[in-house]
Design a protein around this ligand. Structure first.
Ligand code: ATP
Ligand code: MG
Length: 335
């Protein structure tokens, strides 16, 4: 289901928590919303889940406006929306079966056999069939999140909201949960809204991303476009932390202890273009390469090169301009 947010604003105690948020979230895709703590991510989710009303602006599911519907209609609408949270929000006094069957009972399933079959089907989907009777307290964080996913999917939602769903998990478990969400998204044709403060989560799971800063969406687009050509300082900052904090297979390799001044990001369309040596000849500059690597974004790959460029200020300016013209993003470190 396509979701449209049109000029959404919300103030708490006179301060904007959301300000003129306008985005079109395409259906059957995973859309990330990234932002630092307190910028309004959860507020945005509460509005999209119809748990709160905006001061102004509209929310549309498909072509239907939903921000102004009655509480009775909102209740029906909310059944199409599944949610999972960082804190899992499971009933700790119930076991796995009881947690997953709960929403089915709320949705009006009466037949015990039917409920049991559906719970088994869901636990199979999330890979937890053998834990069906386990008390929640005996599960690991990753297993708890799998129960939460099963529960969120119980009533066959069309949209799944994940609010910091992997923040409490280690990197390996995070990757496993993201893989599961990706697989389920395809299988069930879900529209997934992935709220996070980690660019790794966006890189590893999202098709689209919106960057939220102080209640405003400062950038929105495909993950591929945003990663190859970030426009705002907020986005650049997230990407910068991604390359330095990243220790998995995508990490960069440095063979110089001195950090390079420029980070060049090459889109996959540039793999057959010897642009660096061309520019060296054309502008009489020198490139000293200090590090590099490949970063994977969905199916696309970006070459990242950390280097210094020596030449006059004017020459360097021309080189950077030429790189940009060829679709290569150049970031200059301030240090
Ligand atoms: N019900 C409320 N009443 C008053 N202020 C609120 C309310 N809900 C949120 N806020 C304020 O709105 C701002 C955004 O909060 P929100 O919880 O949406 O941030 P967030 O991006 O989800 O942060 P985090 O990453 O820490 O979860 C904060 O300044 C918060 O204090
Ligand atoms: Mg939050």
């Amino acid at each position: 289901m396509k979701i449209t947010l049109d000029n959404l604003s919300k103030k708490y105690n006179g301060v904007y928590a959301l300000k003129n948020v306008s985005i079109n979230i395409p259906e059957n895709k995973i859309c990330g919303i990234i932002g630092k703590s307190g910028v309004g991510k959860s507020t945005l989710v509460r509005h999209m889940c119809l748990l709160e009303k905006p001061d102004s602006g509209k929310i549309l599911y498909g072509n239907e406006r939903v921000d102004n519907i009655s509480e009775k209609k909102a209740l029906i609408m909310r059944r199409k929306l599944g949610t999972i949270f960082q804190s899992f929000n499971l009933f700790s006094s119930r076991n796995v079966f009881q947690n997953v069957s709960y929403p089915l009972e709320i949705c009006g399933f009466k037949d015990k056999k039917q409920i049991s079959e559906r719970v088994r089907e869901l636990l199979e989907l999330v890979g937890l069939k053998d834990k069906i009777h386990s008390p929640i307290s005996t599960l690991s964080g990753g297993q708890k999140q799998r129960v939460a996913i099963a529960r969120a999917l119980a009533c066959k939602p069309e949209v799944l909201f994940c609010d910091e769903a992997t923040s409490a998990l280690d990197p390996q478990t995070t990757r496993a949960i993201l893989e599961l969400i990706k697989q389920i998204q395809k299988q069930m044709n879900l529209t997934v809204i992935m709220i996070t403060h980690q660019m790794e989560v966006v890189r590893d799971s999202c098709d689209y991303v919106g960057v939220l800063s102080d209640g405003e969406i400062v950038e929105f687009g495909t993950v591929k476009d945003i990663f190859s050509n970030p426009q705002t300082d907020v986005t650049k900052d997230f990407l910068l932390h991604l390359s330095s904090a990243d220790t998995d297979k995508d990490s960069l390799v440095f063979w110089s202890k001195i950090p390079g001044r420029y980070t060049l990001r090459f889109p996959d369309s540039m793999t057959d273009n010897p642009i660096i040596s061309k520019l060296t000849r054309e502008f009489s500059v020198d490139f000293n390469i200090r590090g590099g690597g490949i970063q994977h974004v969905g199916d696309a790959e970006f070459g990242t090169l950390i280097c210094d460029i020596s030449g006059t200020t004017e020459q360097i300016k021309h080189v950077i301009c030429e790189l940009n013209k060829n679709g290569i993003k150049v970031e200059e470190s301030k240090a």
